[in-house]
Design a protein around this ligand. Structure first.
Ligand code: FAD
Length: 392
């Protein structure tokens, strides 16, 4: 690990330590934690993998994954903010944007002056984004976007969203999705917080409606019609973030469980001396170790693909390895939180304890950025071959 990577991880650790008591209070009061952003500004963490010349810290994928794992210990909601801002917000602008778009969006978002989000999902288009109904049409030097995006991390607080839409006036093979950087200002963009959720209370999840919302033509991201490629490439980055965050959840569940098992006395001895409690600890640790290994090789594969842009086989390898890490770590984190709650007994089933909060929050990791089922189909078709793809 380089000195730069060590410094980034030390800053992340200091950030997490300072954030923890504030996050706990916000979570218990079910309110958005503004310190997630303000402290991230203080420690320079709003663009960890973005190049230094664009305002970021220039971290490789493995360092960024380790940073997200540390942040994940503070809760899935905190880590999800970083996904929205960086993994699926800044990342597509950096990878698919031009120099002008880089300059207009990346330094400002690294300074925390612009909050970002990624708007792919719609009420009727989740696992299959090709079923989206959002459209765009050209009007002078603008595109006008119409449609609704649903279940968007940071969607209620974003200043700009990477958004996807079909051309209104094209049919057949010409009807291909394009990507846009959409500024959210103006009354043609109406956002709403989605607060009826069973966890991640201190993070923002939103939806928004665009009604002939004007987007400057220079804000099309990538070539016209390349939006699906932009979305799928971005999701590799997003899934690695989910996997790494889940590793952090497992680590925190393990730390909390060890402490509790050593100190809670029942039947005259610490519960950690009861063999069935030890089984829970062993299983959490095995999930942690296996997730860690899968995430490391996925991050390395993603770095190699990022450095060899245009090499489809390296991208496919990164895609599959990240899908494996995402599927495994999110299920291992769900199991770890469940076992940790069991070790805590009645106290565990409470928002007052970290393990109870992890259990509530981490379930969504098996759903967003591609569900368990979609990850399995992706992994199987990577082995069987393209002709066996279950859909698409
Ligand atoms: C808290 C939260 C934050 C989110 N953040 C974002 C975000 O920032 N940006 C964004 O664009 N989206 C975001 N999402 C949306 C998320 O990515 C979708 O919810 C997810 O992709 C699943 O889509 P869906 O909910 O429409 O479920 P559906 O696609 O309707 O799926 C329902 C069920 O059917 C299964 N299914 C569907 N198709 C198949 C198939 N071919 N084979 C087998 N099973 C199948 C699914 O696996 C699932 O079990 C977020 C969601 C949540 C809950």
């Amino acid at each position: 690990m380089t000195a730069d990577s060590r410094k980034i991880l030390a800053d992340v650790d200091a950030y997490c330590t300072e954030l923890r008591p504030i996050e706990e209070l916000c979570y218990l009061e079910h309110r958005y934690n503004e310190a997630t952003v303000t402290l991230a500004k203080k420690y320079g963490l709003l663009g960890i993998p973005i190049p230094v010349e664009l305002g970021g810290r220039g971290a490789d994928a493995l360092t960024y994954a380790r940073a997200l794992a540390r942040i994940g210990r503070e809760g899935t909601g905190v880590r999800t903010f970083f996904s929205g801002q960086t993994s699926i917000g800044q990342y597509p602008i950096w990878r698919y944007g031009n120099a002008d778009q880089h300059q207009r969006y990346l330094p400002a978002s690294c300074r925390g002056e612009k909050i970002l989000a990624f708007g792919l999902t719609e009420p009727d288009a989740g696992s299959n984004p090709l079923e989206m109904t959002t459209t765009y049409r050209r009007s002078g030097d603008k595109f006008l976007l119409n449609g609704v995006k649903y279940l968007i991390s940071n969607g209620g607080i974003a200043d700009a969203v990477v958004c996807f839409a079909y051309p209104e006036d094209k049919t057949g093979k010409d009807r291909r999705i394009s990507a846009f950087i959409v500024d959210t200002a103006g009354d043609t963009f109406e956002a709403e917080d989605l607060s009826a959720k069973p966890g991640m209370f201190s993070a923002n999840t939103g939806m928004f409606q665009m009604t002939s919302h004007p987007v400057p033509v220079e804000n099309m991201l990538g070539e016209e019609g390349s939006g699906f490629r932009v979305a799928m490439g971005t999701l590799i980055s997003g899934r690695l973030s989910v996997a790494a965050g889940c590793l952090g959840v497992i680590e925190d569940c393990l730390t909390e469980s060890l402490e509790y098992a050593r100190t809670r006395i029942q039947h005259g001895k610490p519960i950690g001396k009861h063999q069935l409690v030890q089984e829970h600890i062993a299983m959490i640790e095995m999930g942690r170790a296996a997730s860690d290994a899968l995430i490391e090789r996925a991050a390395i594969a993603k770095d190699v693909a990022d450095k060899n842009r245009g090499d489809k086989s390296l991208l496919a390898e990164a895609d599959t390895k990240v899908a494996q890490a995402k599927f495994f770590a999110s299920n291992a984190a769900w199991e770890a939180a469940d076992r940790a709650v069991q070790i805590y007994g009645g106290r565990g089933w409470s928002e007052l304890y970290r393990v109870g909060r992890h259990l509530q929050d981490v379930r969504v990791c098996r759903i967003y950025e591609g569900t368990d089922e979609i990850m399995k189909l992706k992994i199987a078709s990577s082995l069987l071959g393209k002709d066996f793809a279950a859909f698409g």
